[in-house]
Design a protein around this ligand. Structure first.
Ligand code: BES
Ligand code: ZN
Ligand code: ZN
Length: 529
């Protein structure tokens, strides 16, 4: 059975790795793990919500385990009169010689599926949340090898546990870090172990992509500079993708005046990443574009200091692009993807862009920068123009672009602006599978007017008033796109998790990485990308 390691714990000293590489591993957050460990085994079993006080509605795996244990599990559960409700758990000990704990988790009502109003598959979401809670409780008990019930949807079960066990504590002392947990799928009673293992692996890879996004977003900006981001991407993706790291001179030669106007305020040099995954020969790749502002102070239009630390996550779009590529390449999807990631810091300094300055983007359009805090659209303008040169079949950009999308949708869904109903339908379908929702927003001319009414240049980088801020930002980006299949995802509202998603801990969320992977998966089946 293929067990997966959820967290790789540093045994740097024991492995006698050189000081420099040890520090490097620590700073990048990708560590080694030890195999000389005492494993305490536990099992997670699923049950459906059931009003009856004299029978338990087990999942297939749980029923077989109960039979093998001569009905001990059902007897113990029925000693308590109150039936288990969705999201609740019971932990049993000394019921099986192999497992020190058997945790029973309730996965909701049998047969639950797509909920139209919620635009989510409730069955899959309940499984993710139920197994997530289970593995976290078992980790608290000191269990470190956990076999998990597939609960009728192996992929969702794998996603739930792998996402729940993520924690970014690489920079903490070893004793303060969460312990290593090995998780695997309980395939022992399955008729078709192979296909179950395959599904489990797919779920684990989907979660791994999102966890890479989370780790990158969480990393402090003094460690994750544009240069470091590029280094980590090379380390993570270079064996499966071609990674080109472009410097400032290259961006100058491409006439990316809009991107460079943001980078100008920082001593950290900008980087433009170009990544290619060729899972299939084609002349029209899917283009992904991600905002990579490794720290957004606002520039001269400086932000208030309270909560500014969260702006280390302003490269969330770039992180989600990287996380998606990691999963797409690990799943070896038959698709051709090209990714474009402009990376820089937005800082105030003597060399920073000033409000009222006019800059020229790659397509020749002039932009009056009335607010230097609206920098995301400036770096994306050039990245979108550049992506068009590769004849993409679609362009999907992701950006923590506006506080306004957070006001509109909160963490409920990523805002999607698209010129294609077909693309919208496919993205929404993908989000129903992932449980990481999207919501369509307008691209009306009404908003375009707000940014084309400009005193000195073709465009203004802000819309004049605060109203409809996410829509004016999208209208601005539209000026740099000709592609008929363009999707812009404003992900500022879903950037961090504060108890919003049950199976994600507090902190940077890595949303909507899994939706994008599912979308690319759909596209790989339906078109010739
Ligand atoms: N990075 C921010 C948007 C943001 C806000 C991301 C909250 C994550 C959480 C972006 O660069 C920004 O500052 N946008 C301004 C635009 C305004 C000046 C037109 C905003 O939303 O206030
Ligand atoms: Zn900003
Ligand atoms: Zn920003």
């Amino acid at each position: 059975m293929a067990a997966s390691i959820v967290k790789r714990v540093s045994r740097v000293k024991k492995l006698n790795i050189s000081h420099i590489s040890a520090r490097y591993k620590l700073l990048t957050g990708f560590r080694h793990f030890s195999t000389s460990k005492q494993w305490n085994k536990a099992l997670v079993l699923g049950v459906y919500e059931n009003e009856s006080t004299d029978s338990i509605d087990f999942t297939g795996t749980a029923r077989k385990f109960d039979e093998k244990a001569d009905g001990k599990i059902s007897q113990l559960l029925l000693t308590v009169k109150k039936p288990l409700k969705c999201g609740k758990t019971r932990t049993l000990h000394a019921v099986d010689p192999e497992f020190s704990s058997v945790l029973v988790t309730c996965i909701g009502k049998r047969g639950e599926g797509y909920d139209e109003l919620e635009t989510v598959d409730k069955g899959r979401e309940s499984i993710r949340a139920a197994v997530a809670k289970a593995v976290l409780q078992l980790r608290e008990l000191g269990e470190n090898e956990i076999e998990v019930d597939s609960c009728g949807d192996t992929e969702a079960s794998a996603e739930g546990c792998h996402l729940a066990l993520f924690s970014y504590d690489d920079l903490k002392a070893e004793k303060s870090r969460k312990p290593t947990v090995r998780i695997s799928c309980a395939t022992r009673y399955s008729q078709d172990k192979n296909s179950m293992e395959k599904e489990w692996r797919k779920g684990a890879i989907l979660a791994e992509g999102q966890n890479l996004s989370r780790r990158l977003m969480e990393m402090p900006a003094n460690l994750l500079t544009p240069t470091k981001f590029a280094e980590i991407i090379k380390e993570q993706l270079a064996d499966k993708c071609e990674v080109l790291v472009r410097d400032k001179d290259w961006a100058e030669s491409m006439k990316m005046g809009s991107f460079l106007s943001v980078a100008r305020g920082s001593v950290e040099p900008p980087v433009f990443l170009e990544i290619e995954y060729k899972g299939r020969q084609s002349d029209s790749p899917l283009a992904l574009v991600g905002k990579g502002v490794t720290f957004d102070t606002g520039g001269i239009s400086i932000k208030p200091s309270q909560g500014m630390d969260a702006m280390r996550g302003d490269m969330g779009g770039a992180a989600c692009v990287a996380g998606s590529l990691l999963s797409v390449s690990k799943l070896q999807l038959p698709v051709h993807v090209k990714a474009f990631i402009p990376l820089c810091e937005n800082m105030p300094s003597g060399s920073a862009t000033k409000p009222g300055d006019v800059v020229t983007a790659m397509n020749g359009k002039t932009i009056q920068v009335d607010n230097t805090d609206a920098e995301g659209r400036l770096i994306l303008a050039d990245a979108l123009c550049y992506s068009e040169q590769f004849n993409p079949s679609l362009i999907l950009d992701m950006a923590t672009l506006t506080g306004a999308i957070d006001v509109a949708l909160g963490a409920g869904a990523a805002g999607v602006f698209t010129n294609s109903d077909d693309m919208w339908n496919k993205l929404q379908k993908a989000s129903v599978r992932s449980g990481d929702r999207v919501w369509r927003m307008p691209l009306f001319n009404h908003y375009t007017k707000k940014i084309t009414e400009c005193q000195l240049a073709d465009l203004n980088n802000i819309g004049g008033s605060r109203s409809g801020g996410a829509c004016t930002a999208a209208a601005f980006l539209k000026e740099f796109v000709n592609n008929k299949n363009w999707l812009h995802l404003d992900i500022a509202g879903v950037m961090s998790n504060n108890g919003d998603v049950a199976y994600l801990g507090k902190g940077m969320s890595g949303r909507p990485t899994r939706t994008v992977i599912e979308f690319i998966n759909l596209m790989s089946k339906e078109t010739n990308n």
